[in-house]
Design a protein around this ligand. Sequence first.
Ligand SMILES: NC(=O)c1ccc[n+]([C@@H]2O[C@H](COP(=O)([O-])OP(=O)(O)OC[C@H]3O[C@@H](n4cnc5c(N)ncnc54)[C@H](OP(=O)(O)O)[C@@H]3O)[C@@H](O)[C@H]2O)c1
Length: 269
Amino acid sequence: MNSKEDGAALITGASSGIGAAYARALAAQGKNLILVARRKERLAILAEELHRNHAVVAEVLVADLTKSADIERVEKRIREIEFLDMLINNAGFGTFGNFSEIDIAGQMDMIHVHIVASVRLCWAALPGMIARGNGVIINVSSMGAFIPMQGNVTYGATKAFLITFSEALQRELMGTGVRIQALCPGFTRTEFHDTSEYEKLDRSLIPRFMWTSADDIVAASLRSLKTGKVTYIPGLRNRLLVAVNRNRTISKLLLSKLRRKSQRGQQPG
Ligand SMILES: NC(=O)c1ccc[n+]([C@@H]2O[C@H](COP(=O)([O-])OP(=O)(O)OC[C@H]3O[C@@H](n4cnc5c(N)ncnc54)[C@H](OP(=O)(O)O)[C@@H]3O)[C@@H](O)[C@H]2O)c1
């Protein structure tokens, strides 16, 4: 990595989709990069493209974030980089199917990639960022964190963890110069749904207007960093959807509370 002024960003899940879009956007700003994922070839092609187009240093770090030893290697690299001023915990995947019927190993892997790796990499990055009085951490959550869904139990729960974790962490970091964002995208056109897990998902059921490009998500995320908002849902439609769903949940809770109260009132004392 070269100079202090350029800074450096480590991005997990940089081999495709939202992670690759962050890499392209940040390289265009002159930032040096450490690209983390399992697919070495993909990372190498991207690193070469970024170096060619933007003259930045893009390093490839192959790691499977379901494995503790690989997470430790990424942590070690984070501590070594003197001017790391950005960490993007983006690696992730989904599964599809009722919790009691699907393979538990896949759910444990998801907890490792979404939660264990993100928490450990934040912990590795923060001392340097705090000492330098400057840093940004983006934890890529999901709109799914707000809308509990059948067939998506562990996914939504891990993404909800990232929101609570990010919100509390930002409070602890008040006045340090380190900013945290929990990015909550809605449906994004990436490779996320191209897996065998999602073969049964009929994508035509999701209206076209609900889909966004990874580039638009990343541009909105980077713009939002200037606002100081921690939990950020890109797109007005998605924000409305979350608000409507929240209100529906609150209304249901209030109604059931009222119902219980009135039933108790009717019971003989
Ligand atoms: N697409 C959507 O609709 C959507 C919506 C909300 C939130 N998100 C979130 O956005 C993030 C990025 O997903 P995407 O949409 O860009 O999907 P994607 O194109 O499938 O990218 C996922 C990235 O995660 C990496 N990854 C997966 N498992 C990994 C592991 N065990 N170790 C290391 N890296 C791993 C993949 O790299 P390798 O396969 O090379 O390891 C890939 O680079 C995820 O956290 C996802 O939950 C996506």
